[in-house]
Design a protein around this ligand. Structure first.
Ligand code: HEM
Ligand SMILES: *[C@@H]1O[C@H](CO)[C@@H](O)[C@H](O)[C@H]1NC(C)=O
Ligand SMILES: CC(=O)N[C@H]1CO[C@H](CO)[C@@H](O)[C@@H]1O
Length: 319
C-alpha cells in the first residue's frame, strides 16, 4: 500500500515536469507571430550590421554556459548588486540593444508571454542563417532566471588547451565533437588584441603555431610591446571570410591561421585534429553538426514550466 502510494506520488510529481519541456513552436497558440517578429528585427539589423551574427552567437554561448540558457547574461547591474555582465569574460559581449528591440515588439504583440531566454535563442538561430549558416528549428519554452551573479561566470579562456576547454564543455554534458563544431562559431566575429598579443612576435613571444604572415599582419593592427595600438583594437577571428558563416574557420586553422590560441589548438591537438579536418573537408557536415550542437547547447539547464519568470524588460528582474 505504502509502495503504491509512493509511486502514485512520484507519478504526480513527474507529470508536470514531463509536460513542462521545451518544444517546437511553444508560442504557436500564445503568440503565433513570435518567431516572425524575431526574424524581422534580426533581418533589419543584419542589413545594417552583419556583425550581429557574431554578437548574438557569443551572447547565446555565454548565457547558456552560466546557469543555463536563462537570459541571466542580460541583467544590468543595479545598486551595489553586480550581474554576469560585469564578469571579466563578459565585458565585450554585445548585441544587448537588439534583444531590447525584439522584446519591446513582443511585449506589444503579446505581453508577458515570450521569454528573453527564447528571444536570445531564436534571434541567434535567425542571424546564423542570414550569414549563410544552417537554418534549423529550435524548441522553445525557456523561462527567464531570477539570478545573475558575476562570481558564477566561469567560461573557458582564449589560451586554454583543448583538454582544459573540454572540461567546461563536458561539465555541460557537451562532447568533444560538439565543442569543435561550436567553436566553428568563430567563423564570424572579432577578438580584441589583448587576447592575441601573447602569441605575436611584436609583443616578444612569437607562437610558432601561427603562420608568420598572419603574425606580421596582426602585429600591424595590434602594435608591439613598446607601442601597443591604442584602445585595444579588434581583429577578425576568421581572417578570410570574416562575415560569412561557412567552414572556412577550419580551413584557416589547418593553415596555422587560427587567431586565438584555442582556435589553433583545435587543429594541432591529436584529439581534435581529425574532427577539424572532417569539417574543413565537408561544409555540409559542419553545418549539420553545428545546428545539432546549437540545439543541444540551447537546452542546457533551462527553466521550464512555472520556474523562473517571463521578464517584461530583459535587463531587469520583474521584482
Ligand atoms: C573554448 C571555448 C571558447 C573560447 C575560449 C572562446 C573565446 C573567445 C574570445 C576570447 C573571443 C573574443 C572576445 C572579444 O575580444 O570581444 C571570442 C569571440 C567570439 N566567440 Fe568565442 N570562445 C569559445 C567558444 C565559443 C562558442 C561555443 C561560440 C558560439 C557558438 C563562440 C562564439 C564567438 C563569437 C561569434 C565571437 C565574436 C564576438 C564578436 O564579434 O563580438 N565562442 N570567443
Ligand atoms: C578564402 O576563402 C575562399 C572561399 O572559401 C577560398 O576560395 C580561398 O582559397 C580562401 N583564401 C585564403 C587565402 O585562404
Ligand atoms: C557590458 C558590461 O557590463 N561590461 C562590464 C564587464 O565587466 C567589467 C568589469 O569586469 C566592467 O567594467 C564592464 O562595464
Amino acid at each position: 500500500m505504502a509502495k503504491l502510494f509512493s509511486s502514485v506520488l512520484i507519478f504526480l510529481f513527474l507529470l508536470p515536469l514531463a509536460l513542462a519541456d521545451l518544444r517546437l513552436g511553444f508560442y504557436s497558440k500564445s503568440c503565433p507571430s513570435a518567431e516572425a517578429i524575431v526574424r524581422r528585427i534580426v533581418q533589419n539589423r543584419f542589413r545594417s550590421d552583419r556583425s550581429v551574427t557574431a554578437a548574438l552567437l557569443r551572447m547565446h554561448f555565454h548565457d547558456c554556459f552560466v546557469r543555463g540558457c536563462d537570459a541571466s547574461i542580460l541583467i544590468d547591474p543595479k545598486g551595489g548588486k553586480g550581474s554576469e555582465k560585469q564578469a571579466g569574460p563578459n565585458t565585450s559581449v554585445r548585441g544587448y540593444e537588439v534583444i531590447d528591440e525584439i522584446k519591446r515588439a513582443l511585449e506589444k504583440a503579446c505581453p508577458n508571454t515570450v521569454s528573453c531566454a527564447d528571444i536570445i535563442t531564436l534571434a541567434t538561430r535567425d542571424s546564423v542563417a542570414l550569414a549563410g549558416g544552417p537554418s534549423y528549428k529550435v524548441p522553445t519554452g525557456r523561462r527567464d532566471g531570477l539570478v545573475s551573479n558575476p562570481n558564477e561566470v566561469n567560461l573557458p579562456g582564449p589560451s586554454d588547451s583543448v583538454s582544459q576547454a573540454l572540461r567546461s564543455f563536458t561539465a555541460k554534458r557537451m562532447t568533444l565533437s560538439e565543442m569543435v563544431a561550436l567553436l566553428g562559431g568563430h567563423t564570424v566575429g572579432f577578438t580584441h588584441c589583448n587576447f592575441v598579443r601573447g602569441r605575436l612576435s611584436s609583443f616578444g613571444s612569437r607562437d610558432p603555431a601561427m603562420d608568420s604572415a598572419l603574425d606580421t599582419k596582426l602585429g600591424r593592427t595590434c602594435g608591439s610591446s613598446s607601442r601597443p595600438a591604442a584602445n585595444n583594437p579588434r581583429v577578425f577571428l576568421d581572417q578570410n571570410t570574416s562575415f560569412v558563416f561557412d567552414n572556412e574557420y577550419y580551413k584557416q586553422i589547418l593553415k596555422k591561421k587560427g587567431v586565438l590560441k584555442i582556435d589553433q589548438n583545435l587543429a594541432d591537438d591529436a584529439s581534435s585534429r581529425g574532427i577539424v579536418s572532417g569539417f574543413a573537408g565537408n561544409g555540409g557536415s559542419f553545418m549539420q553538426s553545428f545546428a545539432n550542437a546549437m540545439i543541444k547547447m540551447g537546452s542546457i539547464d533551462v527553466l521550464v514550466g512555472n520556474a523562473g519568470e517571463i521578464r517584461k524588460n530583459c535587463r531587469a528582474f520583474n521584482q
